[in-house]
Design a binder for this molecule. Sequence first.
Ligand SMILES: C[S@@+](CC[C@H](N)C(=O)[O-])C[C@H]1O[C@@H](n2cnc3c(N)ncnc32)[C@H](O)[C@@H]1O
Length: 239
Amino acid sequence: MSMLREDDQPIGGARPVRDLFNETAPVYDRFNQIFSLGSGSWYRRRCLRRAGLRPGLRVLDVAVGTGLLAKEAMRLAGGAEAIVGVDLSEAMLEIARDKIGIGVVQSTAESLPIAEESIDFLSMGYALRHIGDIDRLFGEFHRVMRAGATLLLLELSKPTGPLSRALFSRHFAYLAPSIQRVVARRAETRSLMIYHWETIANGVDPAAVTAALRRCGFEEVRGERYFDIFRSFTARKRN
Ligand SMILES: C[S@@+](CC[C@H](N)C(=O)[O-])C[C@H]1O[C@@H](n2cnc3c(N)ncnc32)[C@H](O)[C@@H]1O
């Protein structure tokens, strides 16, 4: 199953991202629920629907994790057969496969073991900030997408207002880990939360994302913001 090359593994802080996600895979869904205050599936489904996901499309969900976005994609695309999930973490993939029954492949997002022009709808949720070279990433997405196919990216970005910045940093660093420790009794969640906050705070610049998408040959590039932290980007591969 593994298509990983050692040189493809990005590093988050002092530890490889893959290790971090492997260790925290068992608690990821609870972590996500706490952070999104239960709105995660509704928001993911809304973005997929607005981007035009419908039955009959062949979907690739990159950085599928435990399958939270893929699960909503399944509901709109009409079943597990329509979806393949890719992730660099084997522990995440195991959960996604067991939970929703989609096909999964272990690979980095930047080097996909997927045929050229074979995908109608490509999604990637909350992984952009782990990617070092977004031009390489979008070039790879462009390669596997057929002409006219849709790309949907979901991401968190640094809040723009000082108040929301202060609130979110406290949420990630103190409040959410404390709740999580009580709920899940796992110490690793604190490092995951801190890592998340650091990658958001130093993470993607929305203008750089839209510029890179255009540079890589995408058109109809749009970015939206919700609650000063949630970002979604859609784009289409030229027909
Ligand atoms: C925050 S989780 C998001 C999971 C899922 N998309 C969701 O909506 O909940 C980020 C995922 O990205 C994966 N990831 C990080 N860097 C990656 C890379 N370069 N290639 C493939 N997957 C990557 C991690 O293993 C993790 O499963």
